[in-house]
Design a protein. Sequence first.
Length: 326
Amino acid sequence: MLFSRDIGIDLGTSNTLVCDKKGRIVVNEPSVVAVDVKTKRVLATGDEAKAMIGRTPGSIIAVRPLQDGVIADFDMTSDMLRSFIYRSSKRSLFTRTRVVISIPSDVTEVERRAVEDAVRSAGAQDVELIEEPMAAALGIGLPVFDATGSMVVDIGGGTCDVAVISLGGVASCKSIKIGGDALDEAIINYLKKEHDLLVGTNTAEDIKIKIGSAAEYDGEGAMEVSGRNTINGLPKSVEVTSQEIREVLFEPVSSIITAVKETLEVTLPELSADIIEKGIYLTGGTSQLRGLADLISKETGIAVHIPDNPTECVAIGTSVKLRRAI
């Protein structure tokens, strides 16, 4: 007799979350793999591998195997998933692993197959894919199977997925390759251009979290940032302000708002009325950027809600899909 092990996975560009059938998050770690260049052997995954970024000797590289929401390195993604699946629960020779995994809403058939193959290569026997906005809506608890419109904007590390969902399907959607990574990249480029300061992605993310915003906020301030002087190569520190970083993030934030507006423009009138009544729901790590929800609300004239656990909604939604499929 085979025992079934059911796992839901939110495979993100920045973070991967694994949950059990009951919706409990059992793994939540960065989508990073550390590899020995000479032997090609995976040395670490997740938190341990992320700590190595920018600090490894020449023989070890720490990389993100996903870019813009899709697999950039198949073998590394498979190894990473295998590690996360192994850590998520006990298994035996008589265990059959069943996985529901999220994907961006606009992936190609080749990219869909790559995700499915990577999960099977990681040890799963049964694999089902679910689009991230649908998973997020299920995780929030929206009435996605009813004849009513629900709008979800899932902003992760690599992509922003906007979708209007009704009767268990996606009525209108738009996906752009802009997320938290694009915000970090904008900060890195600004510091390099304006302050001759070279910083890594971890530092840029720290700046974004501590003083980044999409709109003015109470308690704005400044922080000291250290890195390498691009002119003489020596260590250097500069002070950056909340206003500076907000101006840096203006372009990627504007792209997100444009994607929301364009999706609303092609939504059926009846579904639009439902969205006006219920509001727009933001999920994903980047949804927590200060002032973003208020700015989207101001630009669209529609109330915007952020769930208590925006980073976990997609993963929880995969577990809901697991339970419904049984």
